[in-house]
Design a binder for this molecule. Sequence first.
Ligand code: HEC
Length: 192
Amino acid sequence: MNEVNRRLALLAVFACACQGQRSDEPPVHLIRGPMFSQARFGAQAESSLFPDKRTMRPVPANTVAQGSLKDDDFLSRGKAADGSFAKGFPFEVTMETMKRGEERYDIYCTPCHGPTGAGDGMVAKRGFAGVANLHDERIRGLAEGELFNAVTNGVRLMPGYALQIAEKDRWAIVAYLRALQRSQNAKPTDSK
Ligand code: HEC
């Protein structure tokens, strides 16, 4: 084989190797470290290590995951020291808080309560009865902590949003809700 033919043959072999076809063979790893090939159980698989055979272990009693300790009643439950719903906010409300609250409100609350909080969101229009008008005298009179609690745990017909919305964002929503309530019930003196 002369030099040109040899190069062409090499090229052909190379091109065949790059066809990109699927293969059932295990992938070729040039560096197969111990992390890659260590023994492990699949998440839902049966375990031979524990008497209950569960691979996914229950959380040990009296332990809290890092960052999940809720030792501030005001921040995490909207409660004052005497156990009543707290007035005000557990941190300073800034313009940034309000913007965040507006954005989160628009995502999570408008479907039912509508963009102004009047209870006329699309879900309500399509037949979810009983959605509250957030400008009701009674709801305007609730302490901030109680509004936070409604968003966190739900209230009667309304589901809770603790799993979807982070704690601080729930407070930001409450701050924005206060602005909405004020916007719909403004007095002439508010402009001064
Ligand atoms: C799936 C529809 C739905 C969504 C989404 C929803 N709500 Fe509600 N909300 C309701 C209904 C229904 C009620 C009336 C509950 C009742 O009185 O039975 C209510 C009531 C309330 C109340 C009054 C609580 C009270 O003590 O009477 C507040 C405050 C409130 N919602 C805030 C929010 C905020 C803030 C969000 C967004 C995080 C939100 N809701 C999202 C359906 C919804």
